[in-house]
Design a protein around this ligand. Sequence first.
Ligand code: NAD
Length: 240
Amino acid sequence: MTSLDSSPHAVQGVQPVPAGQEGKAAGGKQIPPAAVARLTLYLRALNTMLAEGVERVSSESLAEASGVSSSTLRKDLSHVGSYGTRGVGYEVQYLSRHIAAALGLTHDWKVAIVGAGNLGKALARYGGFESRGFDVVAIFDADQMVVGNEVGWLRVSDVADLETVLHRTGANMVVLALPAAVAQGVCDRVVAAGVHSILSFAPVMLQVPDGVNLRKVDMATELQILAYHAQRAQTPGQTA
Ligand SMILES: NC(=O)c1ccc[n+]([C@@H]2O[C@H](COP(=O)([O-])OP(=O)(O)OC[C@H]3O[C@@H](n4cnc5c(N)ncnc54)[C@H](O)[C@@H]3O)[C@@H](O)[C@H]2O)c1
């Protein structure tokens, strides 16, 4: 095992993530998207272990808790410069911090939600984001019957003031929980206001310029994929 880390954690073979290299593999390469998704699973498992007072974990136990194979886990962790030591395993707190840094989760993420309907309100009221580094700082709507209403500890802002409130709150991520027909227009305003990380629930393909990270959540598509696998599993001679 080689490690450039001169900290006491070097025995775990975990190299620090240099500033500005978050989201990149060791050596500055991008981490493959599938590995990024799995890193979030490891982080969740590690944080559960931390809460339970577990200090060290073997790669086998962490893999099992995350629902992946040990070889996949070791390969994924090598992307963030982390190589477990046989017989020693990983220091849970340090590995958790290291993965969080690689994923950019040590940043101060401030999330604004546009659309204070069923979904937007549910997201704003959900208490689980803050503990994972996402602070919901604003929620907007266009309906004057909704503007000014309280949602959790926030008050709904008028979307007419979108740019002003985004700047004032320092929001650096926006969630679109809007009807499809208005999503592109709002998305354009968000981008023009300088927010380059957008998560959209709207059932429409949005166009964004280069340099803007857009993720789309589509539960209907996920359900369709699930239905496909369920149907294959029920068909004799097919494997899901
Ligand atoms: N991807 C998914 O898995 C998933 C799941 C549920 C809902 N959705 C989608 O999320 C969106 C919201 O769903 P919902 O159930 O909360 O709908 P909703 O009708 O309850 O809420 C939409 C809100 O957006 C507001 N709005 C409309 N135009 C606006 C604008 N220009 N600026 C700001 N606010 C505006 C409305 O006043 C309303 O309060 C819909 O597009 C829906 O199809 C996606």
